[in-house]
Design a protein around this ligand. Structure first.
Ligand code: SAM
Length: 211
């Protein structure tokens, strides 16, 4: 069972975020972008990115696609707005919003994505449920997250560092794949390890279909 924790406030890191994290997270952004690009020719597709942050996925989004990015942090969204303007993306909308309470109707989006967000929020399963709710039936949900795969010696060791990673790095290490797979109305269709640094994968990429 996951416990709640206050999310990290990204306000101070926002201007430096890309310099600090882009390299570590680029493989995961590539994985998410591949799924987004698969909708390139479906012009009416609607995509939601939860916790869009500084907008590191924006350069990979086809200009034909209706894309909405939300984040709880205004300062991170300012960084994303700068990228949106530079790229001249008119079909991109960026909004301040709490992922625990998405202001969209049920079954709105064809694809909902979240990169390195689920383990950075205070209620990961609540956020996942919201993402599932706003995805259309037959639509997809893609996430990148640092999940534990099972109750192995390694996963138990990693969990020991949970209070430290939460306090100083802003992410949790106590969320496991089973907890997410138990959620209703989704089926796992793709899974792989990602964000490899020196051969050590920091995260997992998961693609779900909503049933
Ligand atoms: C580690 S950053 C990831 C940002 C971006 N997705 C990326 O891959 O670079 C986590 C992001 O989640 C956002 N966040 C945390 N809690 C949130 C919430 N409850 N609702 C929306 N966004 C949230 C933070 O403000 C931050 O921008």
């Amino acid at each position: 069972m996951t416990s709640k924790t206050a999310p990290r406030d990204y306000t101070f890191i926002a201007p430096l975020y890309d310099h600090v994290f882009q390299t570590f997270l680029s493989e995961g952004h590539h994985d998410i972008s591949e799924v987004i690009r698969s909708l390139k020719n479906k012009r009416d597709s609607k995509i939601l990115e939860v916790g869009v942050g500084s907008g590191l996925t924006l350069p990979h989004i086809p200009s034909t696609i209706n894309y909405t990015g939300i984040d709880i942090n205004q300062r991170m969204l300012q960084e994303a707005q700068k990228k949106r303007k530079l790229l001249g993306r008119r079909k991109v909308t960026l909004e301040v919003m709490d992922a625990k309470k998405l202001a969209y109707k049920d079954n709105t989006f064809d694809l909902v994505v979240a990169a390195s967000v689920i383990t950075a929020v205070d209620s990961p399963l609540k956020v996942m449920k919201e993402m599932i709710r706003v995805t259309k039936k037959g639509g997809m949900i893609a996430i990148v997250a640092n999940l534990q795969e099972s109750d192995t010696l390694k996963s138990r060791m990693v969990r020991i560092f949970d209070p430290i990673t939460r306090k100083y790095l802003g992410f949790r290490t106590d969320l496991d794949l089973n907890q997410i797979q138990k959620l209703r109305n989704i089926k796992l269709v793709d899974y792989k390890r990602t964000n490899n640094i020196l051969g050590f994968p920091l995260s997992s990429f998961l693609l779900f279909e909503k049933g």
